[in-house]
Ligand binder design. Structure first.
Ligand code: B12
Ligand code: SF4
Length: 466
């Protein structure tokens, strides 16, 4: 069967990094294991049009991935595929998983795979292979995690149980990606040295922060250290990775597992290739010894999800299960072992006041990470924050494209939290953090400042003053 996997194009108003979409790389590996002929089309790096690819490749199944800010583009792609072929069109990813009915109403969409996709995808492809379109509803009735159109209306099969043994998954199939067209992992910080690859060593997260969009079960599942390091070795030795980014939601839930991964990386000499924690580690679960072992194993930079500098907001609004003192200790420990840090902060959560936002800006300056990333609170569908805003506030975003906060516009208002305040404090956060004399001096000491100067100035200016 010919299978086309599509990452829809997202147009953002500022330059961001690009990297191969890992979810599609896993699905490509599953299709390959089935013996399918695979083509991946990432609209963010392709030069050909999707129309041309559909016409030349003549797929039997087209799988399209979408988070919220991509979903309108995904629907356009689905309609475009339908206009040019009779392929089954399947949507998956965070947004369709949360609101499957909405995507099923779009022209051209036949199926929605909810949550973790590998097993559902394999079963769906097997069920419809060679079968006439009219027979699809009957053939897919028993496939867990699938939503589809049937003559009686949209059908949502029961949830799929999470994959128990993640070690049984194939490694992501990067041979279908044009790796040379992606940026490196953190282009504003590091020079591009060669191919960069992501890795996912665990799935899920036991926490439930109010703003976070979790599409899978809360249960955290991990790959074994041996399986993780086997992929790492393959990325470095076979694919020539020059840097690796760990994408886990919660890398450090099991301390012993992290220590064992680090031990194996050192033993195999894989620690010569730098790696970075892309997503935040849990600051309450780190200590100096753990970070030292990660540093020795090649980790040059870690991130922590700090979110707020106000304990009440952390406890009552987010449910972060984290204290400000634990955050301070985590940053101190990272500094002590020579690891660079990124802090993630959120401005304008429901329940905030000007004072709590002030606390966050001051806390960011006190922690003084290499990078402070201030997001404006964004109520993604399916999150507790979304429910709060719908119940007590007013949503300002008009469509899903607006869910990218880059334009500096607040997405909602709450009583006592007007949009002007959030937008003003968000800009102020960037200005106050990045335009401190100490910070400017440190920035001038980094080589990348000179290499990326035009881009850094453009982004900083737009964010702080634009
Ligand atoms: C790495 C990452 C990024 C990278 C992107 C790298 C890339 N090109 O993929 C960067 C840092 C650039 C980024 C940016 C953003 N991100 Co992000 N990101 C992630 C992160 C941490 C990992 C994504 C990943 O690779 N996961 C691993 C793979 C295996 O899982 P997956 O992609 O979900 O795919 C599985 C299933 O969803 C499903 N599936 C997916 N697609 C398809 C398609 C088909 C056909 C099928 C059958 C199944 C299927 O099967 C896959 C395998 O099981 C996730 C959190 C998470 N744990 O997933 C957030 C996450 C995806 N990001 C999120 C957000 C909000 C953003 C931003 C909008 C934030 C912002 N305002 O800047 C931007 C948007 C950028 C963009 N261009 O789209 C949200 C999305 C929520 C939502 N409803 O949209 C997430 C879920 C974080 C969260 N928990 O809230 N992100
Ligand atoms: S923000 Fe991080 S800790 Fe909180 S639920 Fe999401 S992944 Fe888990």
């Amino acid at each position: 069967m010919r299978v086309l996997l599509v990452a829809p194009r997202v147009q953002l108003p500022i330059d961001t990094r690009s990297s191969p979409p890992l979810g599609l790389a896993y699905l490509a590996a599953i299709s390959e294991r089935r013996g399918d002929e695979v083509r991946v089309y990432d609209g963010n790096v392709e030069r050909e049009s999707l129309e041309a690819v559909v016409e030349a490749f003549r797929p039997h199944v087209v799988g399209i991935s979408a988070n919220t800010i991509q979903v309108q583009s995904a629907w356009r792609d689905a309609a475009l595929v339908r206009a040019r072929s009779d392929a089954a069109v399947v949507l998956g990813g965070p947004h369709p998983s949360i609101l499957p009915g909405e995507s099923l109403q779009q022209h051209g969409v036949d199926f929605v795979v909810r949550g973790e996709g590998e097993e559902t995808w394999a079963e769906l492809c097997a069920a419809i292979e060679g079968a006439p379109r009219e027979s699809w509803p009957d053939r897919v009735r028993a496939i867990a995690g699938l939503s589809y159109r049937a003559p009686e209306g949209p059908c949502h099969n029961p949830e799929r149980a999470p994959i128990q043994d993640l070690d049984r998954l194939p490694f992501p199939a990067y041979r279908y990606f044009r790796i040379e067209r992606y940026t490196n992992l953190q282009p504003t910080l590091d020079a591009r040295k060669g191919p960069s690859y992501p890795i996912l060593t665990s799935r899920g997260c036991p926490y439930q922060c109010s703003y976070c969009c979790q599409i899978g079960p809360r249960r955290w599942r991990a790959r074994s250290p041996e399986n993780v390091v086997a992929e790492w070795r393959w990325l470095v030795r076979e694919l020539g990775a020059r840097e690796i980014g760990v994408l886990d939601d919660s890398f450090n839930i099991d301390r012993e597992r992290v220590l064992r991964i680090c031990e194996l990386l050192v033993k195999e000499g894989l620690n010569r290739v730098p790696w970075i924690m892309i997503n935040g580690m849990r600051a309450n679960l780190v200590d100096e010894e753990l970070l030292r072992r990660m540093r020795e194993a090649g980790c040059i930079r870690t991130a922590f999800g700090v979110e707020s500098g106000n304990q009440r907001i952390l406890d009552e609004v987010i449910g972060k299960h984290l204290t400000l003192e634990q955050v301070r200790a985590a940053f101190r420990a990272a500094r002590a072992v020579g690891m660079e840090t990124i802090g993630f902060f959120i401005i304008g959560l429901p329940g905030e006041t000007e004072e709590t936002i002030e606390d966050t800006i001051r806390f960011a300056c006190e922690l003084d990470p290499l990078v402070a990333n201030f997001s404006m609170a964004m109520p993604f569908p399916g999150t507790r924050m979304h429910a709060t805003v719908m119940e007590k506030g007013r949503l300002l975003v008009k469509d899903y494209d607006d869910y990218a906060f880059f334009e500096g516009r607040a997405a909602f208002e709450m009583p006592g939290l007007p949009r002007e305040l959030v937008e003003r404090k968000w800009k102020e956060a960037y200005r106050r953090f990045y335009f401190r004399p100490r910070r400017i001096l440190r920035q001038l000491g980094r080589w990348s400042t000179y290499r990326d100067l035009p881009r850094v100035v453009r982004v900083a200016w737009r964010t702080a003053f634009g």
